[in-house]
Design a protein around this ligand. Structure first.
Ligand SMILES: Nc1nc2c(ncn2[C@@H]2O[C@H](COP(=O)(O)OP(=O)(O)OP(=O)(O)O)[C@@H](O)[C@H]2O)c(=O)[nH]1
Length: 313
């Protein structure tokens, strides 16, 4: 067998698509891989226009790509990341992806006839990279999930302290820079230890979840509830002054005090004490607001619990 025959046998059998077009984009070669994935036989496509055979192909883009290979006489490449597929063909991988079509890397190669330096054909190599696409997709989903988990409190599903503080730092500096209002509500469940002692830790957990759900449902888009620690939570309220924060806090306090929580055969009620601090241009760090909201919260506790106090300088 001579070298040319070996080459054509290999190209015919290779596990990549190989097709060749002339200057009018007529197909002059179509290998076995292309046949089996496009479900078209070489005999029915040879001599036909590439875009009649693949009507779903991105015509303008592909024409320009092929023309540039003819004109510049240099190879070109297209990655699945730019364009998931050029030739709409089903993949045959035993993997489940969000797409039933083969993800493709495409290489365009200028082909010159013997003894000439100007290309008169372009070879197109189609590599099936569905596996790469699949694992990238999985990786992206996993990273999104991981990011979500790393921001979330496992029990209540609201923001955890680390993420909440991160966001607070940003909101604080934005408010200070643009002289926008910003308020903080800190609240702490009253006599929570008694709930744990009386009904058990799981009942306590349920109360925490119910409190977080109730608050979450009363917030506006842009407000951020976070679990600060144990039974203490914080709510960041951008573009809100102390008056607005107090109205919201009062609504939360009242609705929570009326909530009846069912745990096994027990009906549990609880209350919360609340402290509010509005941002002041003299504050330099978001922690200044936390400290002051906490002082107001402890005042609510001292004065009998189940109440809202606004921090006064
Ligand atoms: N069930 C449950 N309990 C928690 C969790 N985190 C903290 N606690 C409990 O919350 C209780 C807080 O008790 P204290 O700090 O004495 O406060 P308190 O009983 O709420 O009293 P006041 O704040 O003064 O009204 C402690 O017993 C903690 O163990 C949690 O995730 N789940």
């Amino acid at each position: 067998m001579d070298v040319a025959a070996v080459q054509s046998l290999l190209i015919e059998r290779i596990n990549s698509g190989v097709l060749v077009v002339d200057e009018e984009c007529r197909l002059v070669y179509f290998n076995r891989f292309m046949e089996s994935h496009s479900l078209l036989s070489a005999s029915e496509v040879i001599g036909k226009n590439l875009f009649d055979i693949f009507p779903d192909a991105p015509k303008r883009w592909l024409q320009r790509k092929i023309q540039s290979v003819f004109m510049l006489n240099t190879p070109a490449f297209s990655s699945w990341e730019q364009r998931q597929f050029v030739f709409k063909m089903r993949h045959a991988r035993p993997v489940t992806t969000s797409s039933e079509y083969m993800a493709q890397n495409i290489t365009f190669i200028p082909i010159c006839d013997k003894g000439t330096t100007e290309p008169d054909k372009v070879g197109i190599i189609v590599d099936d990279v569905t596996d790469v696409f699949f694992y990238q997709e999985k990786l992206k989903d996993t990273l999104t999930e991981l990011e979500h988990v790393s921001r979330t409190d496992g029990l209540t599903k609201v923001s955890n302290r680390r993420y909440w503080e991160e966001r607070f730092r940003v909101e604080f500096s934005t408010a200070q820079r643009h002289d926008h209002a910003l308020s903080l509500i800190m609240f702490d469940l009253d006599k929570f230890k008694l709930i744990n002692d009386q009904y058990g830790h799981q009942a306590g957990d349920l109360v925490l979840v119910e409190a977080a759900n109730l608050v979450e449902n009363l917030l506006r888009k842009g407000d951020l509830l976070g679990r600060y620690g144990g039974e203490e939570f914080g709510i960041i309220l951008p573009n809100t002054n102390a008056q607005g924060a107090a109205e919201l806090a009062e609504r939360i306090r009242r609705q929570f005090s009326l909530l009846k929580m069912q745990y096994e055969k027990h009906t549990i009620s609880a209350t919360m004490s609340v402290g509010i601090c509005e941002c002041d241009s003299r504050f330099t760090r978001f922690e200044d607001m936390v400290t002051r909201a906490d002082l107001a919260l402890y005042q609510s506790k001292r004065e009998g619990r189940n109440q809202v106090t606004i921090y006064q300088a």
